[in-house]
Structure formats: structure tokens, C-alpha cells
Design a protein around this ligand. Sequence first.
Ligand code: B12
Ligand code: SF4
Length: 495
Amino acid sequence: MPVPKPKSGPSASISPCLGYLAAVLREAGHDVLIYDAAIEDLPVEYYIEQAEAAGKPFRVIGITAATPLIGDAWAMAATAKKYGLVTILGGPHLTIMPAESLGPEHPYVDYTFKGEAEEGIVAFVEALERGRKPEDCDIPGLNFRHGDEIVVSPISPMIEDLDKLPFPAHDLFKIDKYTNLQPLTDGLDPHARSFTIITSRGCPYKCTFCSKPVTGDTWRGRSVENVIKEWRWLVQDLGATEIGVTDDIWNLKLPRAKELCRRLIEEGLNTVPWVTVHGMKVNHTDPELFHLMKAAGAKRVGFGVENGDPWMLRNIIRKSQTLDQVRDAFRWAKAAGLQTMGFFIFGMPKETEETMEKTIRLALELDPDLANFMLAAPFPGTKMWDMIREGGEIFAHEWPDYAIHEQKARFTMHDGSYDPDLVVRKWREAYRRFYLYRPKRVWEKMSKKSFWLDLPHTLANARRFFIGNSKQLAPSRVRPEEPVTSVKGLIQRML
Ligand code: B12
Ligand code: SF4
């Protein structure tokens, strides 16, 4: 097939699930190709046809998807089906909604998988190899059609001893394409070779916006030695220049977190900067941890702050942390010389102008290097989804509406306590007040070389954050919008 003109892929981070699944399959003797649509220049057909031409056609395609990307997963499965591949979908969305993708509108999906699949995927592929139907092989987590019925099996058991797993197949990723862990890392190094590492799985907390069926209620940590071994591979053999720790909560056990830092220092692995991509839990920190992290090479730490109102934190978000703990963590991290990121959520149920104002003020007070204000999204499988289904209405009807930067008011509540348009306005105001209305911050940003190198991207982001478009308002407030065609126009609109 003709080779399409390469597109320049956006920066993205290595997906641990693809790495782990590829690793166990490779260990079991299978040939594996990792295709990460986020960075690939060529469509998946190209690789399928190339393998066919080489006389080693692929037989199975496994596709992973979080909720906002499920439509892309369906499209890829449909493409692969045209070439006769067996298609299986797994990942967060399938763990929560295993049956949806097996409905009659998705005939190209053969199987879905619920839960962790390091054991299941190997059993699945081996069944096919032996000419057996995987559905006859009693594979926990595997879901399939049986006549007109959809059979959903119990979730695959969580892997207790993570040290038994091979390291993710980091070497199978096109690492030159992963130059930036994700937008939130703000281009620590625009030419980085950015790897990710996951030192633990799961989280015992129960935040209401979090997809708990995916993370599980328990925490399983890898041993420090096992983590160090993988870290050494990344730094010494694969030339990592930036590492993202992507655990849900890597610092749950404070002594273990400190031990990991000490070992990184002892091993001389502290030369490569690392960041906690997904945030640390503030109530499992102390000043010593941050000093050790700094000495161990950490550059930037993120914290889930979520809201500035103690009642919201306790009763609606159920974050199990206090504002004092938030303040302490930021103070200690800054004192240790670490850059900080704060994650804030706007528009949880019961949110009012006053609670959102408190969130903005808290962000200004904490003054992290990066603040990320997110609009609350009621993902299926969360407590928040239940709350809104009981007492409100969800506007987001398509799964892509749940994506990170789709700035829409996604729901309202029937008791009249919630104004979705106000939520969107306050959320935009948060960005303006944090990033624009403080001359010192604007100057800091503009004096960095990376700001000018990344200007087109920055302007595109600014336009989305500060202006949005008419479709991004709640249905009751749709207004016509004039296009912004110049920097001057952009600044005028922002102000
Ligand atoms: C790392 C991470 C990221 C990284 C992604 C890195 C990457 N390229 O994959 C970044 C920071 C970019 C990110 C972004 C987002 N994330 Co995120 N992220 C995570 C996190 C913390 C860890 C994921 C992970 O690597 N786990 C370890 C691996 C080994 O487990 P796993 O991914 O679940 O994979 C296992 C199984 O699911 C299964 N499996 C997975 N894929 C497949 C495929 C097949 C074929 C099979 C058979 C099995 C299978 O087997 C795997 C091995 O056991 C999870 C939380 C969590 N604990 O899952 C949230 C999580 C996945 N993210 C979430 C969300 C909401 C997002 C965002 C949408 C953020 C937002 N609010 O808008 C964005 C969008 C991501 C996108 N483009 O789809 C939600 C997803 C909810 C949902 N319903 O989809 C989660 C579950 C967080 C939460 N608890 O709510 N995220
Ligand atoms: S602390 Fe993080 S991972 Fe744990 S439940 Fe809350 S949001 Fe989810």
C-alpha cells in the first residue's frame, strides 16, 4: 500500500499497559508490535499490510482505551477486522463497560477484557494458537458473544506480586517520539527521551470523581529493588532523559517512598530528572521526603488539591485530606527546591460561586509553577456519575465529550443548586487570574526560551482555555463567536 505522508505526532507518554502486555506476550514467545496512535505517523493498516507482505501476518489486535478514546478504539478494530484479525479491547473503559463494545453496532469487536490482563492475554493468545475458542478456555475477565447474548465474566483477579511481572517492553516503543511526558509537564526538555515507570498499582482512597473499579481499593507496591532494576535499565541502557512516575499514589507508604529515593541516590540514578505525573497524596508527605526526592533527581511534583472549600473536599469529593495538609505539602516541596503542579477540579455537584472562588484563591495562595484547572467529568463507574444520575442530568452524550480539554459543562443538577454556565465561567476565570492577571507570573513564563519555542502550541492552548467556543457552553448559553485570527485579537478576547 502507498505510504502516506508522515504527520508530526503530538508528544505523549509511554503507555504502561501496552508495555506490560507486550512484555508478557514476548516472554511467552510471541511476536509483538506496539502501535501507539498518539505518536505514529503511519496508519495501522500500513503495519498490518507490511506484516502480511513479509509472510508473517498478524492474527490478533489488542486495543486499549480510556473512555474518551473508545470511539477511536472501535474505528481501529473495524479497520483491523477488514484484514481478518481477531479483535480484543481492554483498558479502563472496557473494565467499566465490558458489554457496550460487544453490542450489535460493533460487530468488528470480537472480545473485551475486564481488569488486569497480564495473565489473561497470554491465555487468550495461546488458546487461539492451539485452535481453540478463547471463550471455551475459562479465562477470567474475558467477555464475548454467545448467540444473541453477551457473556460478561467476573473481573480478572488483580496481580498480587507485581515483582513477578517482566518490566514493560520499553524497548519496543519509538522513544524518539516521546519527547514530553504530557502537556502538564510543560516541556521539561523539548528533545527528551521520556519514559514512564509505575512503582505500584491501586489506591485505597475513594475520591468520588475517580474511576475506582479501574484502580481497585487496595494498593500493591513493587519492591524497591525491583523498581530500581527497571530504573537502571531506563537510565543506563535505554538512555532515558526524563522519567514520569505514573502511579495513582506512589507515596502511600512513606518509608518505602523514602527508601526508593535513597536507593536512587546510592545507585547514581539521580542524574535523570523525574516527575510525579499523576500527583502525590499530600497527607503522606513530610519535609524529609521532599528533600530526598530532590536529591534523588525529582524535578517537579504534582498534588491533587481539587477544591478550596473544606466542606466540598470532605462531603462531595471525599478526598480525605485537609487544606492544612495541602498547604504543608506545597511549602515543604518548594522549600526542598522542587517545582510544583496543582490539580484543581471545577464544577463538582453542589459547587457554588463561593466554593469555586475559594478554589481560585487557594490556587493563587499556593502558587504552584503549573496549575491545572479541570472541569469535572462524570465518568461511568465513579460515585460522581451515580450522584448525578440520581439528582441531575448529564449533557455529555458522546464519550469524546469526557476528554481532558473538551471544555464543556457536562451536567446539571435538578435541585437548582448548580449552574453549569457559572461553572464554565469560573473555570475560565481561574485560568485568567492564575496565568494572566499576575504580571510576575507572565514575565516568568515569557522569559523562558521554551515559551517562545512553543508559541504556536501555547496560543492554541490559550485560545482553548480562555476563550473556548460556542459549543463549549452549556446548551442554555450557546452564543455566536467571532474567530480569533491574531495575537492581538487573542489578547483582547482574553481581557
Ligand atoms: C498513567 C495514566 C495516564 C497517563 C497515560 C499514559 C498513557 N499513555 O497511557 C496520562 C497522564 C497521559 C493520562 C491521561 C488521562 N487519563 Co489517565 N491514568 C493513568 C493511570 C494513573 C495509570 C494507568 C496505568 O498505566 N496503569 C497501569 C497499567 C498496567 O494498568 P492499565 O492501564 O489498567 O492496564 C491493564 C488493564 O486495564 C488491562 N488492559 C489495558 N489495556 C488493555 C488492552 C487489552 C487488549 C487487554 C486485553 C487488556 C488491557 O491490562 C493492563 C495490564 O494489567 C490511571 C489510573 C489507573 N490506576 O489505571 C489513570 C486513568 C486511566 N486515567 C483516567 C483519565 C480520566 C484520564 C484522562 C481522560 C484525564 C482527564 N481527566 O481528562 C486523560 C486522557 C487519557 C487518554 N488520552 O485516553 C481514568 C480513566 C477513566 C476511564 N473511564 O477511562 C483513570 C482510570 C484514572 C481514574 N482513576 O479515574 N492518564
Ligand atoms: S487519591 Fe487519587 S487514585 Fe486514589 S481515589 Fe483519590 S483520585 Fe483516585
